[in-house]
Write a protein that binds this ligand. Structure first.
Ligand code: FAD
Ligand code: NAD
Length: 438
């Protein structure tokens, strides 16, 4: 009874379990599919593994600008998929290893809450009941299927999970939703030579990204032959044709990635639980029920693996009354879109706040010049006009995913321009752009 129950073994669930174990707390973690959750099994890791293979092929066939010519470069999609499966398997095994403790019981099965009082939460799984002191809900999210006629039970329609498990590349693809998943799959398919059409309902692709940077990516992808329609709604899917407000678009497959929704099944017994996009939580991830917490995608706050892990850390810290209690700094959570070139950002955008904007092409970095022939890239830093503190950084250009953590650190710590100027960056690295821009 004196233990923490965690439903869901994704980044939120396994991070929470690890932290609780380290603090000497007994944990029971329920996972109905595979440890690692969406991120390791059908999300971050398999997509990035396939994207890396595609990039190798693309670079090999576009290396002339670096003085290298390779002939008869071929790829083997089945081999790419096989490698992806091995990477995933190894990482999942690693999580299992990390949870290997006398304090942790892993239950494989679908859990459901049976009842709750302020003293205990009763959870059932595989016909067994468990009485826990606290419950942490980490059930994640699943693909949202919009109510478009013809979308259901249509073999031509893929979710991201279908696309990841497909043994063969599609001959052509229409991608509905030019958000993060849509743009990453567009990159994968385009780099492997598949004709791609993206249909986005909003006026810009990647609607949550800095507008100027999203426009740069669009221009780059359109030049390379990717067809992009914005402000376009899919009205119906007839077989393998997307009927839209701008005409009909046919392809062998139609990949639908228009967002994800919180997984809430099994929680019906928590009749008083409050919702707001997902499960409503306070700054410490506590729900309106005193001994029930939630972390990760299920809260609907920000659907990123690293945000899920941080939320889980905060929840466990609060539950175990660890001092000092920590809140999450949502303003300093970085995000990366793994297109080619990559996009990375942290903090506010120009669209939401009037502030000083400093901007510099990435070509001001010597390392960027050495490794990104023909590219300009862009880095923008948003600075509070009065305090001169750094509020946001947005970049496009490879490999900005690798230096955005430094910008997050500056935003998190509230560094001013003069404080950040004192940080020394190694030369030559693309991260030096953060210093050049000051
Ligand atoms: P999940 O990872 O979804 O884990 C929830 C777990 O709970 C699942 O394993 C599920 O089986 C289990 N579960 C649910 N209900 C029950 C139940 N009743 N009983 C037992 N078990 C249950 N984020 C990034 O930060 N970077 C990326 O590059 C990135 N790429 C992505 C690519 C794709 C294609 C997708 C779909 C997502 C991507 N994400 C990425 C998002 C990331 O995967 C999620 O934000 C992250 O996995 C959320 O973690 P979580 O622990 O909240 O939920
Ligand atoms: P998203 O919210 O990023 O993008 C969905 C897109 O679909 C939006 O641009 C939206 O305007 C568009 N859309 C919605 N309805 C539409 C319609 N009917 N027709 C055409 N377009 C429509 O969601 P996603 O791409 O599905 O990704 C889900 C979550 O997974 C995101 O929250 C994202 O943060 C996370 N994720 C992160 C990464 C990463 O960090 N690199 C990668 C993949 C996924």
């Amino acid at each position: 009874m004196n233990f923490l129950a965690i439903i869901g073994g994704g980044p939120a669930g396994y991070t929470a379990a690890e932290q609780a174990i380290k603090a000497g707390k007994q944990v029971v973690i329920f996972e109905k599919e595979s440890l690692g959750g969406t991120c390791l099994n059908v999300g971050c890791i398999p997509t990035k593994t396939l994207l890396y293979s595609a990039k190798q092929y693309y670079n090999a066939t576009h290396a002339q600008k670096y003085g290298v010519t390779a002939e008869n470069v071929v790829f083997d999609y089945a081999a790419m998929q096989k490698r992806k499966t091995i990477v995933v398997r190894k990482l999942v095994a690693g999580i299992k290893q990390r949870l290997n403790s006398e304090l942790c019981t892993l239950v494989t099965g679908e859990a459901a809450v049976v009842s709750r009082t302020d003293e205990k939460v009763v959870i059932a799984c595989n016909g067994v009941e468990y009485e826990a002191e606290n419950l942490l809900i980490c059930t994640g999210s699943t693909n949202f299927v919009p109510p478009i006629p013809g979308i259901k039970e249509n073999e031509a329609v893929w979710s991201s999970t279908d696309a990841l498990s497909a043994k063969e590349l599609p001959k052509s693809i229409v991608i509905v939703g030019g958000g993060v998943i849509g743009m990453e799959f567009a990159t994968l398919y385009h780099e492997l030579g598949v004709p791609v059409t993206i249909i986005e309902a909003m006026p810009q692709i990647l609607p949550n990204i800095d507008g100027e940077i999203a426009a740069m990516l669009r221009e780059r992808y359109e030049k390379a032959g990717v067809q992009i329609l914005t402000d376009t709604k899919v009205l119906e899917i007839k077989g393998n044709t997307a009927v839209t407000s701008q005409g009909d678009f046919a392809a062998e497959r139609i990949l639908v990635c228009v967002g994800r929704r919180a997984n809430l099944s099994g929680l019906e017994a928590l009749t008083d639980l409050e919702y707001e996009r997902g499960i409503k939580v306070d700054d410490f991830m506590r729900t309106n029920l005193s001994n029930v917490y939630a972390a990760g995608d299920v809260t609907g706050k920000i659907m990123l693996a690293h945000a899920a892990s941080r939320q889980a850390e905060v929840a466990v810290g609060r539950m175990l009354k660890q001092i000092p209690l920590q809140r999450i700094a949502y303003n300093a959570i970085p995000s990366v879109v793994y297109t080619n070139p990559e996009i990375a950002s942290v903090g506010i955008t120009e669209e939401v706040m009037d502030c000083e904007v400093r901007r510099l092409p990435m070509t001001f970095s010597g390392r960027f010049m050495a490794e990104n022939e023909g590219e300009t890239g862009l880095c923008k830093m948003l600075i509070d006009k009065k305090s001169q503190s750094i509020l946001g950084v947005h970049a496009i250009g490879n490999p900005c995913s690798e230096f955005i953590a430094a910008a997050s650190f500056a935003v998190r710590m509230g560094y001013t321009v003069s404080e950040f100027k004192q940080v020394v960056f190694p030369h030559p690295t693309v991260s030096e752009i953060l210093k050049e821009i000051l």
